[in-house]
Design a protein around this ligand. Sequence first.
Ligand SMILES: NC(=O)c1ccc[n+]([C@@H]2O[C@H](COP(=O)([O-])OP(=O)(O)OC[C@H]3O[C@@H](n4cnc5c(N)ncnc54)[C@H](O)[C@@H]3O)[C@@H](O)[C@H]2O)c1
Length: 154
Amino acid sequence: MARLAGKVAVITGGGTGIGKKTALRFAQEGAKVVVTDINPDSANSTAEEIKNAGGAALAMAHDVSKEDEWQRIVSQTVEQYGKIDILFNNAGIYIIKPLAELTLEEWNRLMSINVTGVFLGMKHVMPVMAKQQAGSVINASSVAGLIGAPGHVL
Ligand SMILES: NC(=O)c1ccc[n+]([C@@H]2O[C@H](COP(=O)([O-])OP(=O)(O)OC[C@H]3O[C@@H](n4cnc5c(N)ncnc54)[C@H](O)[C@@H]3O)[C@@H](O)[C@H]2O)c1
């Protein structure tokens, strides 16, 4: 039996990598998937792959660091599918460099996506899940946060 039948999932950074694979798998398990990505072509391509395989998906252009874009993603998802059962805060970037060579702009950019983006996602999806009295949030992390490696200061 499909484990996510009837569920609605929002996956950020769903155009490539782990986000794309998760979107395809969630759809296989019966979820309707909202694929968001800063690169709209890649989000579209994931959504098309899901639809071609008989699943349901919606692609949306989305920069997770922008609050107004989160408001739009949440309202359009609820408008289209009526609810949000799963939020996967997957979008993230890496900057591999020695700390002394990192610029403040690079630091701020990474924080705005990897930290603020996750906060904004939870902040705007939580009221929908609270109203439903159900929902799951998955935040991507990394073993790089637990162990050191050369150049991995962020
Ligand atoms: N791949 C790994 O080995 C690994 C290990 C540990 C943690 N992670 C984490 O898992 C997540 C996915 O990693 P991945 O390897 O699949 O990365 P990836 O680079 O293949 O995919 C990330 C996706 O996020 C999108 N993205 C970038 N900035 C964005 C923004 N501001 N708003 C919305 N989308 C944006 C990109 O366009 C891309 O499609 C990341 O958060 C990453 O830090 C990955």
